[in-house]
Design a protein around this ligand. Structure first.
Ligand code: PPS
Ligand code: ADP
Length: 256
């Protein structure tokens, strides 16, 4: 059982008192100026729901008295983004689940953002061309940032083939809270697994632009954790999950 400490932003600040919810007062909203994207600027063939979005201006950040540090104290952990990248079939989803389970059993709150799953909803409008992959990664990076800010250990598992897209996600969160994990397993291993039969379809030309066969994958140059075969054998998902948990422990993400 944790003791609730007052939110950090309240200490010594008599003007900042936590008030109990009272009657809701009507707030008169000022009109928000919008910049409309001209119809002519819409890209044909692309999802115009994205390109025609009205960009709001005159918007201000609204701070909330309960902050990240307060949520961290409550959860006894430091929110972070564990970004698992690698080829299809390299074991990203398997590791994400093993890690989530391992941390959950140790009493930590996690959430998995899996590329395949998100393409059923949030990212259902995106294809696999480079700009859509970039948008896919950008959106997941933003969602992961919110989870981490909520104090959650957010595990994102996506191919995320482009270095600049991954680096852009890294830059969204406080330094050291983005932990990039590279599934450094050669194409031959991933292709031999081929659990969804996608490599086979790609090799026979039935899928175009498949990562690793006819689309690029840029390995990280300087990531936090590299997982590789050992003595020609792939470590078990449990062993790899424990390696990531050790990193989290050693770097102060797990308070208890
Ligand atoms: N052309 C092409 N290239 C790569 N992958 C493909 C493609 N078409 C479909 N799939 C399936 O989509 C899954 C990858 O989705 P991601 O969102 O992780 O991809 S990306 O990060 O935007 O590159 C990927 O899942 P994983 O096998 O789990 O990686 C594939 O099952
Ligand atoms: N460490 C591992 N050792 C052996 N097989 C694995 C390992 N990790 C994953 N697999 C198997 O490899 C296949 C691909 O794993 P998956 O997690 O779906 O990869 P990805 O999400 O990168 O596409 C699955 O059939 C899975 O059971």
């Amino acid at each position: 059982m944790h003791t609730l400490t007052p939110p950090s932003c309240f200490s010594g600040a008599s003007t900042h008192r936590l008030s109990l919810p009272g009657p809701i007062q009507a707030v008169k909203l000022k009109p928000v100026a919008v910049t409309r994207v001209r119809a002519g600027s819409m890209e044909p063939g692309r999802n115009n729901a994205v390109t025609s979005v009205e960009k709001a201006t005159n918007i201000r950040w609204h701070d909330c008295p309960i902050r990240n540090i307060d949520r961290q104290n409550l959860l006894q952990q430091k929110g972070c983004v564990i970004w698992i990248t690698g080829l299809s079939g390299s074991g990203k989803s398997t590791l994400a689940c093993a890690l989530s389970r391992e941390l959950h059993y140790r009493g930590h709150l996690t959430y998995v953002l899996d590329g395949d799953n998100l393409r059923h909803g949030l990212n259902r409008d995106l294809s696999f061309k480079a700009e859509d992959r970039a948008e896919n990664i950008r959106r997941v990076g933003e969602v992961a940032k919110l989870f981490a800010d909520a104090g959650v250990i957010c595990i994102a598992s996506l191919i995320s083939p482009y270095r600049k897209d991954r680096d852009a996600c890294r830059s969204l969160v406080p330094q050291s809270t983005f932990i990039e994990v590279f599934m450094d397993f050669p194409l031959e291993i991933c292709e031999a697994r081929d659990p969804k039969g996608l490599y086979k379809l790609a090799r026979t030309g039935k899928i175009k632009g498949f990562t690793g066969t006819d689309d690029p994958y840029e390995p990280p140059l300087n990531c936090e954790i590299v997982l590789q075969p050992e003595n020609g054998k792939c470590p078990s998902p449990q062993t790899m999950a424990e390696q990531v948990v050790s990193y989290l422990q050693q770097n102060g993400f797990l308070h208890s």
